[in-house]
Design a protein around this ligand. Sequence first.
Ligand code: NDP
Length: 244
Amino acid sequence: MSLDKKVIIITGASSGIGAATAKLLIKQGANVVIGARREDRLSEIKALAPDQVEYQVTDVSKLDDVKGLVKLAMSKFGKINAIYNNAGIMPLAKLSEDHHDEWQQMLNINIMGVLNGISAVLPIMHDQGYGHILATDSVAGHKTDATTAVYSGTKYAVRAIMNGLRVEENQNHIRSTIISPGAVSTELYRSESDQASAEALQQMWQGENKALTSEDVASAVVYALDAPERVNINEILVRPLAES
Ligand code: NDP
C-alpha cells in the first residue's frame, strides 16, 4: 500500500474529521502525528496503534505549538510526507451580535492555524524535496449565509492561501489539497456559544442524507494522499446528498 510507513501530521485530530482520518490512515499502515488541545482524546487514538501514533497537546493558533508537533514527527519518524491542517471552530452568529472575541478566535484558529502549519513544515519539505499540505476548508468557503459571515470569511481565506501555496510550491514537488465538506455530523457544534444555536445545528445534521460522517470525509483525504506523486488533487468538495 502506498501509504504504508508514510508520516502524516494531523491537527484537530481529537474528534470528528481529524480523528476519523487518523484512524483510517493507521489502518493503511501510515504513521500519524496528531495534535489538538484535548489530550485524553489524543491518547485514545495512540492506544489503537502505539507504534504508529505520536501525539502532542497543540494549540494551532500558537506557532511554537505547531513547530513542536512538527519537531516530534521529525524526531520520531525522520520525515514528513504530509500535514493535514484540519483544526477549526465554527461559532455562528449574525454580525450585528458583535461577538468580537469569537471573530478573533476564528481568525486565530481557522486562518492562523493553517498558516502556522504551512510555516512549520515548508522548510523541512524544501529540504526533503517533496511534501503534501492539506487543509480543511468548507462549502462555507464557497458561499456565505446569514450567521456564517466570519466563519465563511476564514474559509474563503483558507482557500486563497492554499491556492497561493499551490502556485508557489508545485515546482518544489509540494502538493496541496483543499478538502471542502458540506455538513458533517461532528462535535463542531461545541464551538457555538449560544446553546440554542448549538442544538439547532445538531438537529439540522440529523436525518437521512442530511450530513456526511467524519469517515466519509476521511476517505476523501486518504484518496488525495494516496494519489500518485504526479497527481495534485487541488480540491475535493463533498456534500451530503440532501444538501443543495
Ligand atoms: P470537531 O469539533 O469534531 O473537530 C474540530 C477539531 O479541531 C477538534 O479536534 C478540536 O480539538 C480541534 N481544535 C479546535 N481548536 C483548536 C486549536 N486552537 N488548536 C488545536 N486544535 C483545535 O469538528 P469537525 O471535525 O467538523 O471540524 C474539523 C474541520 O472541518 C474544521 O476546520 C471545520 O471548520 C471543518 N468543517 C466542518 C464541517 C462540519 O459540518 N462539521 C463542514 C465543513 C468544514 P480540541 O478541542 O481538542 O483542541
